[in-house]
Ligand binder design. Structure first.
Ligand code: PMV
Length: 324
């Protein structure tokens, strides 16, 4: 009863921000992402009735009690579905440098869900696997698939209709995604706390929800038409709106640093010089920049010269979960 799965991380073009159910990881709004090709987690799960308890190795080091607890809680869902109680040995290799400004929770829980379900021969559909991965980390449900992926928020209380599906595969449309690192320290407000604070206190939160369906529909059209400018405009304004809701929270949440602003201004400058380039920002100070492959080099070279930019990692759309 052993399986190994690999999952890539993803970056949201229309963000998930806010939960309607914290336990089941049910979102207030639907979101849309692109899965990346370079940053991933490979996880092996072995269930065995002779094991005494769950053991979790992260990058060959035994994980902290807190991390083991998170993994065990998640594995319990898989064990219940399979009708077994066997402990597991979990070994994860994370190729998502947190210093790259990407969260590893998306690829981490997508790989864990896939490996655990396969080890127990659950034979889940993509939709079912996304529902499972979602219960480890919301954004993980989108990493089950490659390319462009939509996570439907759903309306059911049990979360059965809150799942992800693929809109377009990773080979259908290539562009460049540059992750611009301006700070590598741990952020002081987690996305979980930031979301909760925003939903509970921000007067702008309703405005965010009111514009989501319009943003999603514009982005779906842009993807269908392979219209990069439209994609960039919607993505950028959606990210700015998300950060706007946080500025209105009590106490306010501001993830940006001076380097974040420098990158934003630089992108605006590049755009005014005629290069179609757009940005998005998650719950942190680092900036993800999108451009067409033919502009990748020039965008990279100009970003890396900015004094507060520490590193730039370049990715492209990548595949969904695979089994090794
Ligand atoms: O799933 P989490 O807890 O990593 O939250 C993700 C939140 C954002 O990255 C800001 C948006 C998103 O949709 O990925």
């Amino acid at each position: 009863m052993k399986a190994t799965a690999k999952a890539n991380t993803n970056i949201a073009l229309i963000k998930y921000w806010g939960k309607r159910d914290e336990k089941l990881f049910l979102p207030m709004n639907s979101s849309l992402s692109v899965t990346l090709d370079r940053f991933y987690t490979i996880t092996t799960v072995e269930f065995n009735e002779s094991f005494e308890k769950d053991i979790f190795f992260l990058d060959n080091v035994i994980a902290s009690d807190k991390e083991v607890e998170k993994v065990s809680k998640f594995l319990d869902k898989v064990r219940i579905a399979a009708g077994v109680t066997y402990p597991a040995l979990v070994s994860s290799e994370n190729k998502v440098p947190t210093a790259a400004g990407f969260a590893s929770s998306a690829s981490g829980f997508a790989a864990l869900a896939a490996a655990a379900a396969k080890a127990l021969q659950l034979d889940l559909s993509g939709r079912e696997l996304s529902v499972l991965a979602r219960q480890g980390s919301g954004s993980a449900c989108r990493s089950i698939y490659g390319g462009f992926v939509e996570w439907h928020k759903g309306i059911e209380a049990d979360g059965s209709d809150s799942f992800a599906n693929q809109l377009l595969d990773e080979n259908a449309w290539d562009f460049s995604i540059l992750s611009v690192l301006v700070a590598s320290e741990q952020k002081n407000v987690s996305s979980r706390d930031g979301m909760r604070q925003t939903v509970l206190t921000s007067p702008f939160y309703k405005g965010w929800l009111d514009t989501i369906e319009g943003d999603l529909s514009a982005l779906r059209d842009a993807i269908g038409d392979r219209d990069f400018d439209s994609l960039g405009k919607v993505m950028e304004s959606n990210a700015l709106k998300m950060h706007g809701t946080m500025l209105g929270a009590e106490p306010p949440i501001l993830y940006w640093q001076s380097g974040t602003m420098d990158v934003i201004h630089h992108i605006q400058l590049l755009r005014s010089s005629g290069i179609p380039v757009y940005f998005t920002i998650d719950a942190g100070p680092n900036v993800k920049v999108l451009c067409m492959p033919k502009h990748e080099q020039i965008v990279y070279e100009s970003l890396i010269k900015l004094p507060k930019v520490k590193k730039v990692f370049t990715c492209h759309p990548g595949e969904g979960v695979t089994y090794l």
